[in-house]
Every structure is written in C-alpha cells, then in structure tokens.
Design a protein around this ligand. Structure first.
Ligand SMILES: Nc1ncnc2c1ncn2[C@@H]1O[C@H](COP(=O)(O)OP(=O)(O)O)[C@@H](O)[C@H]1O
Ligand SMILES: [Mg+2]
Length: 359
C-alpha cells in the first residue's frame, strides 16, 4: 500500500513561503503531476516527501508509515522512506559504468551476489538499456543517460517514484518519445508516481491527475480534461493553454447550471457557471482561442454566443492564423485556418467552451 498523503504541508525559508498548507492524497499506483511556474514550490514539495528537506509544518504519510509529523516530532530519514528520486540532471556517476551505477544503490542496501546481478539485468531490460551495461555515461546520449538514471532508481524497487523535471534536458522530439515511454513503464509497474514539471503539455499528456500550484499553494487538483475544460480560476485558465478573458458581470444562473453574463460592452453571453459565483459578481469568462470561430456573414443559428468584431491583427502560426479582434471593447484572440480579407467578422463560441472564473 503506497498511497501518499500530505496534510497541511508547509515549508518556509525565512519570509518565503515556498509551500504553504498543501493537502493532497495520491492514490496507490497513480501518476500525479505537480504543475506550475518556476518557483511555485514543486521541488520543495518533492524534497519534503523524499526527506531531503525538513518541512516547517504538517504531515507526510505513505500508507501506514508516517514520514513526517511536525506536532509529534516525527522525522524519518530519507534512506528509510524508500523513495526513488530522479532529477533533471541525471547525476550519474561519471567514473562508473552503467552497470556499476545501478549496483551502487543495491550495495548500500546490502543486496549482493546473484540477487544484485538479476535486479540490475531486470532494471536495464525495463528501460531497454541492457546492451549498454558496460558503457560509461559520457558514451551515452542524453536520452540514454536519462533511462539509466531511471533504472538506477527502479533497481531498488522504490514504493514511491519522485521525478523532478526528468525530461527537460532532452530535445523536443526525444522528449515526446520519452514521455510516452515513461508513462507506459509507470502503468506497467503500477508504481505511485509524483511527477514535477512546468510544461503543461507534458502534464496533460502523462497524468492521471494534475495538481496545479501557484506561489506555494495548490490551486486546482483534477484530471487533465477537467483542468483544461473547467479551470478553477484565471490563473489555471491562463497557465494551461491560453485563454481569452472577457470582463463582465454575472447576471443569473439558469436551472441547468448555465451562467448568463453581461459583458462590459453590454452583450449577453452564456457560459459554464462556477460554484461560489453569485449573480451580481464581477467575473471573467475564459474562452480558448481555438474555440472561437470566425465568420464573414452573421450566422443564422443562435445556439451559441455571438460577438460582432473587427480584426485588428493577424499572425501566421504555420498550421493556422491567430487573429486579434476588437468586439465592442472586448479584445478576443481567435485561431483558425481561414484567411479573411475584410476586417468585419462575427466571432462565435459554444457555451460549453466558455467558463466563468473569478478575476
Ligand atoms: N534553500 C532555499 N532557501 C531559500 N529559498 C528557497 C530555498 N529553496 C527554495 N527556495 C524558494 O522557495 C520557492 C519555491 O522553490 P522551488 O520549490 O524550488 O520551486 P519550483 O521547483 O516550483 O521551481 C522559490 O521562491 C525559491 O526561491
Ligand atoms: Mg524545481
């Protein structure tokens, strides 16, 4: 049983609240990602779990093992936590071969003889690096070194796998291959994994759930689909993908949960209502550029939100164009394959793609 529980976990460095009251339960076998901008407290959280850093307060528990409890004065040293930690810099020992790198953590744990050899062979097989056992790190590519770093962690069969931006040193194409491969391996081993990244695409592609962090706090914990389609606030809507934010006032909530919002220019639009937002509140309606359609003629169908607008800018993105529009005082970005030769257009978007968030 390797469910991991964090209760009210905090780490302060003087005045800096690196993490500030994190509550999180990672299920047994889950792939959970901590996602957020640089400096939001991801590594601090991971280090606290691994035991490399002592938190200021809170509880860390893995199954029935309490790793840390500030009120009871419990602090289990890292070597007794059985966490496998992999960093962005692979930190392989340069003077040791691949095989010797893997043998090292086993020696420390007093695994010897045939058992040690078997486990090294198995771990290298898992990461498809068996043919490279006799090579030194400098004789391997970045991607291969990253696999060896992972094997060196898996070889001692950790109950928790903690990965701190492990793919960010790889070039773009290799990173995509590595993330598919890593996700597949994690599913096969069913090992509880906490993955740290500032790369939203990586987080969306790999995770069972994502915990979005900002300034030491967890601002949303949900599946990738939920995070993308129902961001819990303006920060998440902007950090994950990109969003238009239209200012308005919540007018009413319909029985089906649809929010009617009066935009600053006076246009009424429908959007997905967010819990806790009351009629009369100032709100933002978040709509992604790829969900805004543009048309030259006013669409006959009025089943969706419609804003007449004027194109004020256009950039070519390769597969499509990004347009900047002025829609009666509201700025809107829209992405589409279509080219327009007149500035007057109609922007439309479904209510299902418009989400009310608090400013
Ligand atoms: N040893 C330290 N001393 C002082 N401040 C620190 C220390 N380690 C981290 N911090 C601060 O804590 C915050 C969170 O850092 P970190 O967890 O490394 O962020 P992330 O991994 O999300 O980029 C940052 O503001 C960082 O400057
Ligand atoms: Mg970090």
């Amino acid at each position: 049983m390797s469910e991991l529980v964090l209760e009210n976990l905090s780490k302060h460095f003087g005045d800096v609240r690196a993490i500030d009251g994190i509550n999180l339960t990672v299920a047994d076998g889950e792939f959970l990602t901590l996602l957020g901008p640089s400096g939001c407290g991801k590594s601090t959280t991971l280090f606290a779990i691994a035991g490399l850093d002592t938190p200021t307060g809170g509880i860390i528990r893995a199954g029935n093992n309490v790793f840390f409890d500030s009120t009871k004065g419990i602090l289990v040293p890292p070597e007794k936590r059985n966490c496998g930690l992999v960093f962005q810099s692979y930190a392989l020992w340069p003077h040791m071969t691949v095989e010797q790198n893997l043998a090292f953590p086993l020696k420390i744990r007093k695994v010897g003889g045939a058992d040690r050899a078997r486990r090294i062979a198995e771990a290298l097989d898992l990461v498809e690096m068996a043919p490279y056992a006799k090579r030194y790190p400098h004789e391997l590519s970045g991607g291969q070194q990253q696999r060896v770093a992972l094997a060196r962690t898996l070889v001692f069969e950790p109950t928790l796998l903690l990965l701190d931006e492990p793919l960010s040193n790889l070039d773009a194409k290799l990173r995509i291959r590595a993330r598919n491969w890593l996700k597949e391996l994690q599913q096969r081993l069913k090992i509880t994994t906490i993955y740290v990244t500032h790369d939203q695409i990586e987080a969306l592609a790999m995770s069972d759930r994502i915990a979005v962090m900002n300034k030491g706090e967890m601002v949303q914990l949900a599946t990738p689909q939920e995070i993308y389609t129902r961001p819990a606030g303006a920060f998440v809507a902007d950090f994950i993908g990109s969003s238009n934010f239209m200012k308005g006032k919540m007018a009413r909530r319909d029985a089906d949960g649809t929010a009617e919002v009066a935009l600053e220019g006076g246009t009424m639009i429908s959007a997905i209502w967010a819990p806790d937002v009351k009629p009369g509140s100032d709100v933002l309606v978040a709509v992604r550029p790829e969900h805004v359609r543009l048309a030259v003629a006013r669409p006959a169908n009025d089943d969706f939100n419609l804003l007449p607008g004027r194109i004020t800018g256009r950039s070519y993105l390769g597969a499509r164009y990004q347009y900047a529009l002025d829609a009666g005082g509201t700025s809107i970005a829209a992405e589409t394959e279509d080219a327009f030769d007149r500035p007057e257009v109609f922007a439309t978007f479904d209510r299902a793609h418009a989400v009310v968030v608090l400013p």
